[in-house]
Design a protein around this ligand. Structure first.
Ligand SMILES: Nc1ncnc2c1ncn2[C@@H]1O[C@H](COP(=O)(O)OP(=O)(O)O)[C@@H](O)[C@H]1O
Ligand SMILES: [Mg+2]
Length: 371
């Protein structure tokens, strides 16, 4: 495999950015790319694609369709992702023909909760205590080692709280282990000790192939049923915690040799430590506030990083709160539009299934003074 990811060459406007994945993250990235004069070609297998609706071209094909991947590579100038569970072999094939940003190694590490946590800990950055689990016996041993309450998570393919089972503090250990392992589909997993956090925050960092790095300030995130409900900037944490969170995100971006965006979800413990929960090498739901409230949005920054352009200023211009619109929440669109400082974003999805991300609203606060 020829690795061309390090070839430094800013991509000129008019070039084609290939995005693997067809969801709302790709949609908002495509909108940012179009504004900057780029063409976007989406690769996504689903029948409906929020990203393809606003892109210049769409390859609708399976993730492992070799002929479709070849044609896609031939049609684009650079490849990136808004979905990180693309098969390794498909990415390797693309990387032989075009720069792929971020590199496959970043996706590989972050796809698997075990390799992800190992990577973070090797850098001396903390996470929840964790143990590898392959079967019920292993889970019983892990519960005895880490204690309860704890949380069992599939190593791969989990999102929005899916593929997780909580293990309560009380009750028979073996019965709890059997039930939890069955709940996640008896798949390779990790057990995590429950973190007693004061709040959750996330930092999105951008790094270009040329090595320029910039962080968005931490957002404070509230989850409901394992799904992000609200992100608030500024986060209500002391300046030292915010600085530590940014230091961690920068260290991770450098360790990966990142080319693109990395979102880092973190726990702030009640005793003032910052632990990494998980990472995503792409734009992130907790950065949607930046579309309306920052000098440069995460989506513009994403395009800049992937195209090897100078990064923009990620500074927040106004305080903001982003609320996700899940399922039937979308029915509130008329009321939201009537709010004077609310920015409504809908993703064009036809079916409002419960828990499905249909859109979001960012409510702008007071303008930041220059003093
Ligand atoms: N070890 C933990 N301790 C406490 N809360 C947790 C832990 N792991 C996950 N959670 C809660 O569940 C949410 C979703 O878990 P996460 O690992 O981020 O999975 P997903 O990939 O579904 O977002 C977290 O944002 C947090 O609120
Ligand atoms: Mg998460």
């Amino acid at each position: 495999m020829t690795d061309r990811t390090t070839t430094p060459a800013p991509l000129a406007p008019g070039s084609v950015i290939g995005i693997m994945g067809g969801g709302q993250l790709g949609r908002m990235a495509a909108i940012a790319a179009a504004r900057m004069g780029y063409k976007v070609h989406v690769y996504a297998p689903e029948a409906e694609s929020p990203a393809a609706e606003v892109a210049d071209a769409w390859t609708r094909a399976a993730w492992d369709d070799a002929a479709a991947l070849d044609a896609f590579a031939a049609a684009v100038d650079v490849v990136t992702f808004e979905f990180e569970n693309v098969p390794a072999a498909s990415v390797a094939g693309l990387a032989a023909k075009r720069p792929v940003r971020p590199a496959w190694t970043v996706l590989e590490t972050t796809q698997d909760r075990l390799s992800e946590k190992d990577f973070v800990n090797r850098l001396g950055i903390g996470t929840a205590p964790y143990a590898r689990v392959d079967d019920v016996d292993g889970l019983v041993a892990a519960i005895e080692r880490l204690g309860r309450p704890a949380i069992l998570k599939t190593r791969t393919l989990g999102y929005d709280g899916k593929g997780q089972a909580r293990i309560a503090a009380e009750g028979d250990i073996r019965a709890a282990a059997e039930a939890a392992f069955a709940t996640i589909g008896s798949r390779p997993a990790i057990l995590e000790g429950m973190v007693d956090f004061g709040c959750e925050i996330s930092v999105i960092v951008a790094r270009t192939p040329a090595g320029e790095v910039r962080c968005f300030e931490p957002a404070e995130n509230e989850h409901r049923n394992g799904i992000l409900h609200l992100s608030r900037v500024p986060a209500r944490v002391p300046a030292a915690i915010a600085a530590e969170a940014e230091r961690i995100a920068l260290a991770l971006a450098e360790a990966f040799g990142l080319e693109g965006l990395l979102a880092v979800e973190m726990f702030v413990t009640r005793d003032g430590r910052v632990l990494v929960n998980e990472m995503a090498p792409r734009p992130h739901n907790s950065g949607h506030w930046s579309f309306d409230a920052a000098a440069t949005s995460q989506f513009e920054q994403f395009i800049r990083a992937v195209a090897d352009l100078p990064l923009g200023d990620p500074a927040r211009l106004v305080d903001a709160e982003m609320e996700n619109l899940l399922g039937d929440d979308i029915d509130r669109w008329r009321d939201i539009l009537a709010e004077p400082r609310a920015k409504l974003h809908l993703y064009g999805k036809s079916e409002a299934k419960p828990g499905r991300k249909m859109g979001h609203v960012t409510r702008l606060g007071t303008a930041r003074s220059n003093s």
